[in-house]
Design a protein around this ligand. Structure first.
Ligand SMILES: [Zn+2]
Length: 108
């Protein structure tokens, strides 16, 4: 078994305004090491409470920690409240049909 625990605050890019979003990282996983190429039973594969890690002769811990962090990140981080850049100052939108209604009242 390998216990991977990582915590800290990192900065992600907001998918709406592209500003930075602080994110509290909290990784706490218990991985069961299994030999690479070894077969897991159907029960083991379907058991969501267990995580298996196939290991060859050597395990690169830095890569493993990186993968665990990446897996824990939200897919689309966003501020709770923010707008698209530039949208707030776009002003009033002109209704394209307003021109038509003007024409309608005019004699030919
Ligand atoms: Zn934002």
């Amino acid at each position: 078994m390998l216990h991977v625990a990582v915590s800290g605050t990192i900065s992600l890019a907001c998918q709406r305004c592209l500003g930075s979003v602080p994110y509290d990282l909290e990784v706490d996983n218990l991985l069961e090491l299994v030999p690479e190429g070894g077969e897991l039973s159907q029960d083991e594969l379907e058991d969501d409470t267990r995580d298996f890690l196939p290991v060859a002769r050597e395990l690169i811990v830095a890569d493993l920690v990186e993968d665990e962090i990446l897996l824990s990140l939200p897919v689309a981080p966003r501020h709770e409240k923010c707008g698209l850049p530039g949208l707030a100052n776009a002003g009033e939108r002109i209704n394209p049909f307003a021109v038509l209604s003007e024409l309608k009242g005019k004699p030919n």
